[in-house]
Design a binder for this molecule. Structure first.
Ligand SMILES: C[S@@+](CC[C@H](N)C(=O)[O-])C[C@H]1O[C@@H](n2cnc3c(N)ncnc32)[C@H](O)[C@@H]1O
Length: 493
């Protein structure tokens, strides 16, 4: 009989007692970053100790310099304490076998009231403990405005309506700077209007490093059939949110594939959002991106095209560069000339030169005018997309020769421009969400090399031409581009 069965349904709900299955606990433990030699670990709402046990397994397997774990556990349910003791003895045995010291202290007291008093300084001479790491599956249950828990939390300036956010609010105060928390909680705090004060508190004390979601609502707690959407997060005590974080997802089935992507922090919590919603992009669409891309088999070479890095290395040709076009110069293009889907040239207000002298010496670095597709080699972290493509249209910028600077990649046909429809089709394809997401699966950084673009699979020439033929304008919205690309990629299957 499991502990949950012993406790019966209503008591289980009263305690918010939903135990973590071993594969989920192990997955959570795997999220910790480097740890100090002596780890003071907190497991608040410890249940039968599944999370501390997973942490211990991870440390014993990975090692990585930890030589002592001092574990502190809080659990109010007397019926589960024997099981918790047993698990801790097992942890001790496992650590001993791995040459790691393990001590544990079980507090069979209410975590919220005890820690709130310590944090509020109510208990004379009793400082709140400090922890290097915390692993938590806190109990969840609404707490009414006049409940003892609410009053305790209020005494430390925390106003929250659920036990789980109360637990997390306290845990984040007990971590030392750089201390880590891996928690599994309902996803409701990410956007629920009542959780706004909690989100503010959470994001001001913790730096988010990773968010993991389950594709199935039932997955993580299947045995208890809790209809909650759960989230796992890894966060570090500190005040500077990272520029990027990992978003991952899995079905929730044991051994299921984990899909991971990196997103700019600004896409997860929007800079000017006073609600501080935590947006979690759907990773299942990344799976779809892979399937779509796997269905494409045409190489760039088979399209008769190649992609090269812009040939003008500006600091080597300083003398030939001109801020403004003048007699004897040709256009020189930098990423700053990208303007939506097309090129805005000249851009006299920009700091970069707009022109390069066309001489016997510089000609070798120029290309004959034509329809070229350009991509940025470096995108800023704030930019929504990794792949940013735009068209150089000879009808818009009249010239015989043109210089592409080294911060650009350009698609060409043996050094010459592309046919219009093919270029427009490639433009749509490279700017589509499918390609961007596929790209993010393998590229964790913001640089897009010509080699990356050369090794990508493309739709065949007919499909690209058909896509391009339908492109009435280049300033389509992301949705319009995605619809067009999806329609043609499905049609070519
Ligand atoms: C969601 S369960 C998770 C148990 C365990 N950490 C796991 O992952 O399997 C939460 C646990 O917190 C305990 N709990 C509930 N309220 C508590 C409180 N105020 N202080 C300490 N523990 C509490 C419950 O009895 C339950 O065992």
């Amino acid at each position: 009989m499991t502990v949950n069965e012993t406790n019966g349904r209503s008591r289980q709900e009263e305690l918010g007692q939903f135990l973590t299955a071993t594969p989920t606990a192990d997955f959570m433990a795997s999220m910790f970053g480097p740890l100090p030699r002596v780890v003071r670990l907190l497991d608040a709402g410890a249940g039968a100790g599944a999370l501390t046990a997973a942490f211990v397994r991870m440390v014993c397997e990975k090692g990585e310099g930890v030589n002592e774990i001092q574990s502190t556990l809080y659990e109010v349910d007397p019926k589960i304490l024997d099981a918790l003791q047993t698990t801790m003895r097992e942890c001790q045995g496992r650590c001993r076998a791995s040459g790691i010291a393990f001590t544990f202290t079980i507090h069979s007291t209410d975590f919220i009231t005890e820690m709130s008093s310590k944090l509020a300084g109510d208990l004379f001479g009793s400082l709140p403990p400090a922890f290097d790491a915390a692993i938590a599956n806190p109990p969840y249950r609404k707490i009414s405005t006049d409940s003892a828990e609410r009053r305790s939390l209020r005494s430390i300036g925390v106003e929250t309506s659920n036990l789980y956010t109360g637990f997390i609010a306290i845990i984040q105060r007990l971590l030392v700077p750089g201390g880590q928390l891996v928690g599994i909680t309902p996803r409701s705090f990410c956007n629920g209007p009542y959780f706004r004060p909690f989100r503010e508190d959470f994001l001001s004390l913790l730096e988010l490093r990773r968010l993991h979601v389950f594709e199935s609502r039932l997955a993580a707690f299947r045995e208890d059939s809790v209809l909650q959407e759960n989230i796992i997060f890894h966060a570090v005590k500190g005040r500077n949110q990272p520029s990027e974080l990992i978003i991952s997802s899995s079905s929730g089935e044991a051994g299921g594939e984990v899909t991971e992507s990196i997103f700019p922090f600004g896409e997860i919590v929007h800079a000017h959002d006073s609600e501080k919603f935590i947006h979690i992009p759907s990773c299942s669409s990344h799976g779809t991106a892979k399937e779509t891309m796997d269905g494409l088999t045409t190489s760039l070479a088979e399209l008769g095209l190649t992609v090269s890095t812009g040939r003008v290395v500006d600091f080597r040709l300083k003398d030939a560069l001109r801020k403004e076009p003048e007699r004897g110069t040709v256009p020189l293009l930098y990423p700053c000339h990208f303007n939506g889907g097309t090129v805005h040239w000249p851009k006299l207000e920009a700091r970069k030169p707009n022109a390069i002298m066309d001489t016997a010496e510089t000609r070798q670095w120029l290309v004959p005018s034509g329809m070229y597709l350009l991509t940025k080699r470096f995108t800023s972290k704030e930019e929504r997309r990794r792949l940013v493509a735009c068209m150089f249209d000879p009808d818009q910028v009249k010239t015989e020769w043109v210089g592409f600077e080294n911060h650009l990649n350009y698609f060409h046909a043996s050094g010459h421009g592309l046919e219009r429809d093919l270029a427009a089709g490639l433009f749509a394809f490279l700017n589509s969400t499918v390609v961007d997401q596929y790209f993010r699966r393998f590229s964790g950084h913001t640089q897009v090399n010509a080699t990356d673009l050369r090794t990508l699979s493309y739709p065949d020439r007919n499909t690209l031409n058909a896509m391009g033929g339908e492109m009435t304008a280049l300033d389509l919205s992301q949705d319009e581009i995605d619809q067009l690309v999806t329609k043609h990629l499905h049609a070519c299957r």
